[in-house]
Design a protein around this ligand. Sequence first.
Ligand code: ATP
Ligand code: MG
Length: 356
Amino acid sequence: MKKNIAVLRGDGVGKEVVKGAIEVLKAIGEQYDHEFSFQHALIGGTAIDKEGTPLPADTLEVCKHSDAVLLGAVGGPKWDQNPPHLRPEKGLLQIRKALNLYANVRPVTCFNSLLDASPLKREIIENVNFVIVRELTGGLYFGKPSGRKIENGEETVVDTLSYKRVEMERIIEKSFEMARARKKKVTSVDKANVLESSRMWREVAEEVAKRYPDVALEHMLVDNAAMQLIRNPRQFDVIVTENMFGDILSDEASMLTGSLGMLPSASLSSNGPSLYEPIHGSAPDIANMNIANPIATILSAAMMLRLSFGMEDEAKAVERAVEQVLAAGYRTADVVQFPRKSISTTEMTERIKEAL
Ligand code: ATP
Ligand code: MG
């Protein structure tokens, strides 16, 4: 197959880890006889420096004409004092909006050889394998009205949790599609005992479930879900939830596995290319030192193969290679456990390519 991949390396370690992911994609392409082409474009602080804007128009064009987007990370102390429209993160928000990236998908799996890197006990996290599907375009982040005012002499503030039914439908449908290819269980997380939006969410989930008789649906209140993630994370397969609940739960869940440098994500579009990025940021404290962990970005590339290109075997091959390298004891500095020695970004990439 022939695929065009837009590459936005961004700032800080973004540049280093994306390089690793591209090398792995090239290796997979050769092995399985695919033609991957890579179109580089600017985003974030680097784009501000070179083009005076965090998301240049031609970057958006390159992305729109691609089959998928690979992103490193944006930001850094150099631009922290910039006015809001000249902040690197602004570029990220704009691209999410422009590409209609409505579903943020974060798989949570614990690699057997890294079980000791988690703050939780091995018995609890062994064989954990679930995915959080977070709605990205609605809810409290975008609802109107939002702001402060003086009402009857009292300072008052309001944020609005608003959703259209179709926005709930498409994300919940997505979660059922994903569950169908996994362990066939959807946990819909809400606060239906308090919120009207959650009561509608529950209603929509029930409706969608009728079209997926082979998938089990359970509802869980968000406070209980926060507790269950720590108590017994193995009970989950696909968790689907609205924007803010998803934001909080996915950060909580990421700690089950230990290191930020290990975790990939996908932001799926409703009508165009999807975007893949590690969950970590630009890590300016370790930029240009060749010590960043490239695995989160390499696993994000695996998600691209699976979700955007339908290349399941190829995705599995990448994931197996990562697992093999970890099992052989290789670690970057963020996950290294005494008395092991750590390896560099480029060496980790080499090892993974070798395992492939
Ligand atoms: P953002 O706001 O962009 O999410 P952040 O402030 O959350 O960024 P990160 O850039 O993710 O911060 O970095 C948090 C810590 O994790 C830093 O100490 C950084 O060095 C470390 N870190 C992040 N990514 C990696 C990686 N790939 N490999 C090793 N360490 C990492
Ligand atoms: Mg962060």
